[in-house]
Design a protein around this ligand. Structure first.
Ligand SMILES: Cc1ncc(COP(=O)(O)O)c(C=O)c1O
Length: 352
């Protein structure tokens, strides 16, 4: 117990790798207030259950859907698993497959394994799904085509409308993984939302760009019938069925997501996007002018060919940085990343 009292949580001063961020003060306060509530039992915890409906409506506004269904998940992993589960349960094949680009988050591998669905990975061109490659993998047993809107490693956005059309032609669902990108994309020129394409399900996480406290992921679905694919009976609860993957779950995430979105949608998120993109462009330019090869920013994320010894030195100096699968250094310009933080990061690079 003493250990916990003396331990300091990670501060964000040198964190350039996380896709999460410091919660907005109102989101933090809401999480603390609703810590002991359980939206998994809406008959007992009515207030937080009502808040969840409002949170889903606001998430729908961000994602371009005026009347969505869905719920606040534990994170993007749960939302992706549930989206694959919807697609599998709805389809009639005994041999289901999901087609996703190689850039898709590793949570789809977990989903495929858990749900006994084949995961077919399509090639990417410049870190975006290659449409012809996707089309080649889609067949009569395809239950979902996954498009990534804001890839984890490069922040790239797949051709979502064309992928949705491919899915519809095959009788499959189109799932968009905007877990990280969603809260930025609304202010960009990309076509990615329910208002841009015929998509069925989406992952969009308040605990990433939404500035909510963890755990607050988001699953949105086009209509209630899709959520019905997940429903199981709940005999001992006052409510009669449950669509979530977890049973008891934290009301902190729900309250925090709602507080963040009530506070920041839309103006605060627009400012966040403008500031984060300006920072990403600034650091991309700083790295380019020092001779590094840079990918992005498509969204507020930059990848650059910084050598392993240089990266090790940055880590020695306290920077939290990570590498892509191909070995580039990733810099994620989340809301806690300031210009002065980036200046001191670049100064450390120069020192090397
Ligand atoms: C695009 C994308 N999808 C899904 C996830 C998984 O989200 P979580 O870690 O909240 O489960 C991430 C995590 O960074 C992500 O970047």
């Amino acid at each position: 117990m003493q250990q916990v009292e003396h331990a300091e949580p990670q501060d964000f001063d040198r964190v350039l790798t996380s896709m999460c961020t410091e919660p907005h003060p109102r989101a933090r306060a809401a999480a603390e207030r609703f810590l002991a509530t359980n939206p998994g039992d809406p008959g007992t915890y009515e207030t937080v259950a009502e808040m969840e409906t409002e949170a889903v409506d606001l998430l729908g506004a961000v994602a371009g859907h005026p009347d969505p269904a869905g719920y606040i998940t534990s994170g993007g992993t749960e939302a992706n698993i549930q989206a694959v589960r919807i697609a599998r349960n709805r389809a009639e094949t005994n041999n289901p497959n999901v087609v996703a680009p190689r850039s898709a988050h590793f949570s789809f591998r977990k989903a495929a394994e858990l749900l006994d669905v084949e995961l077919r990975t399509a090639p990417v061109v410049e870190h975006r799904a290659d449409l012809a490659g996707v089309a080649e993998l889609v067949d009569g047993d395809t239950v979902a085509v996954v498009g990534v809107a804001g890839s984890t490693e490069y922040g790239t956005v797949d051709p979502i409308p064309a992928m949705a059309a491919l899915a519809a032609d095959a009788g499959a669902l189109c799932h968009v993984d905007a877990a990280w990108g969603g809260f930025y994309l609304r202010f960009s020129d990309h076509d990615w939302g329910f208002d841009h394409a015929d998509i069925d399900t989406m992952t969009i996480d308040p605990h990433k760009g939404g500035q909510a406290a963890i755990p607050a992921g988001g699953l949105l679905v086009r209509d209630e019938t899709l959520l019905g694919e997940l429903a199981v009976d709940t005999p001992y609860l006052e409510s009669t069925s449950q669509a979530t993957l977890t049973g008891t779950r934290s009301g902190a995430g729900v309250a925090s997501a709602l507080a963040a979105m009530e506070t920041l949608w839309p103006g605060g998120y627009r400012e966040q996007y403008d500031r984060a993109m300006a920072n990403a462009e600034w650091v991309a330019e700083a790295l380019t002018s020092r001779g590094h090869e840079v990918v992005g920013p498509h969204l507020p994320l930059v990848a650059a060919d910084v050598s392993v010894p240089m990266t090790d030195e940055l880590r020695e100096r306290g920077w939290r940085v990570s590498k892509t699968g191909a070995g580039e250094l990733r810099i994620v310009c989340m809301p806690h990343v300031t210009r002065s933080m980036l200046r001191s990061f670049v100064a450390d690079l120069d020192w090397y």
